[in-house]
Design a protein around this ligand. Sequence first.
Ligand code: HEC
Ligand code: HEC
Ligand code: HEC
Length: 86
Amino acid sequence: MKKIVVALITVVAFAGTAFAADVIDMKKGVKFTHKKHQELLKDCKKCHEKAPGKIEGLGKEWAHKTCKGCHETGKKGPATCKGCHP
Ligand code: HEC
Ligand code: HEC
Ligand code: HEC
């Protein structure tokens, strides 16, 4: 348990600096403000079900379900095609 906590703290501490880009370029012109979402949502698990890093099964289906899904339910963030694909 202790090891896991330390590992998590390390990941969080590094995510904002070395490892994670502030903005991640995704397919079809999507500029994903990763850092802003991290700060806004706090919970990494909203997108990283297992552990922070590459997302298994990332693709159109995942993105439309996860990204658009939250924007629609929360009524915040773009939910139209052009809002994400300029
Ligand atoms: C709203 C969704 C979302 C949230 C919340 C989120 N991430 Fe991510 N994160 C992503 C996506 C999308 C990628 C790109 C994944 C890929 O390319 O496979 C990513 C990539 C990463 C990467 C890989 C490095 C990189 O820049 O590509 C790290 C590390 C990471 N996230 C850490 C975190 C941590 C730590 C948190 C919580 C503080 C967090 N993320 C919260 C969506 C999110
Ligand atoms: C909340 C943001 C969001 C909204 C709204 C959204 N998309 Fe996407 N869409 C994405 C992301 C992110 C990806 C890329 C996932 C990836 O990198 O694999 C994507 C991928 C796609 C792809 C696949 C591109 C490829 O090369 O694989 C198509 C086509 C697409 N979207 C069309 C649409 C259409 C049409 C709409 C409106 C009905 C729409 N999207 C609305 C975020 C969004
Ligand atoms: C759990 C909720 C949630 C998830 C998941 C989520 N978002 Fe968001 N997103 C938000 C909220 C809330 C805002 C509004 C921020 C604001 O208005 O300041 C937002 C704003 C945005 C914006 C508008 C520009 C900006 O940075 O404010 C874009 C583009 C966006 N999100 C793309 C994405 C993509 C792409 C994904 C998936 C990889 C994603 N979001 C996943 C909650 C979410």
